[in-house]
Write a protein of this length. Structure first.
Length: 236
């Protein structure tokens, strides 16, 4: 008669430990899959901006206005800085959401006097260097033209929009809006030198794929103004 051998207690616990370790190692991947499954769907918008001759238009703004009950997330816009560097506004074009505070740090070794007479926001920050004494809150949508009271050739633009979904075109005329959910939107394009306003485009996002659109703007190329040689004695 054969005697049945009982499995070793040590071997039993070793096997259980190995199974527990394999489950532990798999947990991060399972958590990632669970997070992806629970996350709301998101989509993107890619816009190509060209002029009448088909050339790319840099520094154009594309923004999406939600329609048909599409919800807009409630969040406080992050602050934005527009520098004065080499006696120019940098960046030349800035797009922000309504309710954004903008600062104007002076990175030049001379004084600047920033102002705007635009009806959307009229302000001035008198002669200063380094950090500006205060930020400016832009609480209305529209176009703001910036200038410097000392350097007449300095000009910059701010477009204030009532949406968190916007982008600015690069040197290839491409603008990409990410992190935008499914819904219906009205897509707009704008450039500071446009002669006429481009017609808005209705788009519907499914929350899974990227939608591609193209705008043709009647916009003139940017022409840099004459800038005289630096004269530190005259703060020029």
């Amino acid at each position: 008669m054969r005697t049945l051998r009982r499995p070793s207690v040590t071997r039993f616990f070793a096997a259980a430990a190995r199974r527990a370790w394999r489950i532990f190692l798999a947990m991060p991947a399972l958590l990632v899959l669970a997070t992806l499954a629970a996350a709301p769907a998101s989509a993107g918008l890619t816009a190509k901006i060209v002029d009448a001759s088909g050339k790319p238009v840099p520094d154009a703004v594309v923004y999406a206005i939600p329609t048909a009950g599409t919800r807009v997330p409630t969040r406080t816009p992050a602050g934005v800085a527009i520098e004065q560097r080499d006696r120019e506004f940098s960046p030349y074009v800035t797009v922000i959401q309504t309710g954004t505070t903008v600062t104007f740090p002076n990175r030049d070794p001379l004084l600047h006097h920033v102002y705007s007479f635009s009806h959307v926001k009229t302000f001035e920050i008198k002669l200063y260097s380094g950090d500006a004494p205060r930020g400016i809150l832009f609480d209305k949508p529209g176009t703001v033209t910036l200038g410097c009271n000392i350097h007449d050739w300095m000009i910059g633009y701010i477009l204030v929009v009532d949406t968190p979904w916007f982008a600015k075109s690069d040197s290839e005329g491409m603008a990409r809006i990410g992190d935008i959910g499914a819904g219906e939107f009205e897509l707009h394009a704008w450039h500071p030198t446009q002669r006429t306003e481009a017609a808005a485009k209705p788009v519907r996002l499914d929350g899974r794929s990227t939608t591609e659109v193209q705008f043709t703007l009647d916009a003139a190329p940017r022409k840099k103004r004459f800038k005289p040689p630096l004269d530190p004695v005259r703060y020029k």
